[in-house]
Design a protein around this ligand. Structure first.
Ligand code: ASP
Length: 464
């Protein structure tokens, strides 16, 4: 069963175990990452401190830069990028830089901290003025926020440059990072800024936007944490887009594979690259809400830890994307024609197009292509197909949306597909295309774009 990250009872159990048999000390270790909105103000810092201090296992703390406090507010990272761009083009950046300085001194003063950050702020301003890189400028949001939180918690600050390494060409150096991550274990509790590391020459390099999630995952792996808690401003992932289904429930447990399917189909979850270090190390991620710490959140677990989940609700989540074209070729006896699919793939490759899916039947084969990939290439593609594949008919359907219904429970629940298609037909949605992954975790339905919301709603209601 998946470990329950914030389950105090479980920790007490470990405590009891300790007293009973001191030889086999078991101490849970957690890496906790707090996103920008969780650390956007002094008030948010107070919540974060309470969360960390509530659980001795929360030892490794990774922070983002201060995010938005309210809608329309500015993120510190955006302001830093803007200052750097203005300075690089010789324009004044003082107004924006003052906002940054005020945010950090405001948090410090709001917390009553006796910490001098003015010298660091001046140094950042001078380096931006002197034409520093965008990466250096952007990284200072996490750096200063880490300094503030470390002082507030009364624990050491460990700069990410001590272990997060990039190659000279700017790509992430996983091996070097793993080797250096050993340093983390020397700390009992420590604060680490997310989002950046350094190249061999010492210059700062950031991950892509949202990259503090990746640092959190690297730290969780390096410290062999039992769980990676990712604290945000939502109580986990919802089963589907709440703009379509306002009462969509939270997903309690999702496997890494299910999550991959859902995020590929448009569900916005964690930074994509943040999954791989913990997935390989088989560490669960617990997505939690700083503003509602008692909410259960969503646990992302390795597939092998799914346990009873597959016997429970057959459907974990529904995600979808608009903007596809489906090209369906029909040819008598197609399944007996040697090399048909091979020629088709050759045409796609030559035209630089990859098909998202290729469902096929005895006499048909369909190509589902993202419109962005098809743009400006349709005429040539059609021409090549006609010449090289000589189909009997070609049908082109544009304005198609794909909807993925994902759940590892599907395979064990007979009748899932029947229920799904009944729901669609009752909602008067015409399924233009149906495809099921060979791992039977995902049923994809292609519908006309105008039916997109109605279809998602119907599937949700059939299974919720
Ligand atoms: N502060 C960075 C950003 O806004 C990284 C992060 O928050 O994860 O993208």
């Amino acid at each position: 069963m998946a470990p329950k990250a914030s389950d105090e009872v479980e920790n007490r159990f470990f405590g009891y175990f300790l007293t009973a048999r001191p030889k086999y000390e078991v101490r849970m270790v957690k890496t906790v990452k707090f996103g920008g909105s969780s650390l956007a103000s002094a008030e948010q810092f107070r919540k974060v401190k309470a969360i960390i201090e509530r659980d001795a296992a929360r030892r490794y703390v990774v922070v983002s830069a201060p995010g938005k406090r309210f809608s329309g507010d500015e993120k510190i990272t955006d302001l830093l990028y803007r200052c750097q761009a203005l300075a690089a083009s010789g324009r004044p950046f003082d107004a924006d830089f003052s906002k940054i300085a005020d945010r950090f001194t405001g948090i410090r003063d709001g917390l009553g901290l006796d910490l001098c950050i003015e010298a660091e702020i001046d140094e950042i301003r001078s380096r931006i003025e002197a034409g520093t890189s965008p990466d250096y400028a952007a990284s200072r949001g996490e750096y200063l926020n880490g300094k503030l939180l470390a002082a507030y918690l009364g624990v050491p600050f460990l700069d990410a440059t001590e272990f997060v390494r990039f190659r000279d060409d700017g790509t992430f150096d996983d091996d070097a990072t793993q080797r250096r991550s050993e340093v983390l274990k020397t700390y009992d509790r420590v604060v680490i800024p997310g989002f950046y590391g350094r190249r061999r020459d010492g210059s700062i390099r950031t991950f892509s936007r949202g990259g503090s999630d990746i640092t959190g995952a690297i730290v969780a792996r390096g410290t062999e944490s039992d769980v990676y808690e990712n604290w945000t401003d939502v109580s986990g992932f919802l089963m589907t887009d709440p703009r379509i289904v306002p009462e969509a429930q939270t997903i309690e447990t999702v496997t890494y594979s299910e999550l991959r399917e859902l995020s590929y189909m448009g569900a916005s979850v964690l930074h994509e690259d943040s999954i791989f270090p913990v997935r390989r190390a088989r560490i669960p991620i617990h997505v939690l809400n700083t503003n509602d710490p008692e909410a259960k959140g969503t646990m992302i677990v390795p597939d092998s830890m799914a346990g009873d989940k597959e016997h429970a609700r057959p459907l974990t989540g529904i995600a979808g994307r608009r903007g596809y074209t489906v090209i369906t070729l029909t040819k008598d006896n197609l399944h007996n024609e040697l090399g048909f699919a091979y020629r088709l793939m050759g045409i796609l490759a030559r035209n630089g197009i990859s098909a998202e899916r290729m469902p096929s039947g005895i006499d048909t084969i369909s190509l589902v292509i993202d419109d962005k990939r098809l743009s400006g290439k349709m005429d040539q593609l059609y021409h090549d197909i006609m010449i090289e594949c000589s189909p009997d008919t070609v049908e082109i359907a544009s304005c198609i949306a794909l909807i993925a219904s994902v759940g590892i429970g599907m395979v064990r629940n007979p009748g899932v597909a029947a229920k799904l298609f009944t729901a669609l037909s009752e909602a008067e949605v015409n399924a233009r295309l149906i495809d099921q992954d060979s791992n039977e975790m995902n049923i994809i339905v292609g519908v006309e774009q105008r039916d997109f919301e109605r279809a998602i709603e119907a599937i949700y209601r059939a299974f919720a």
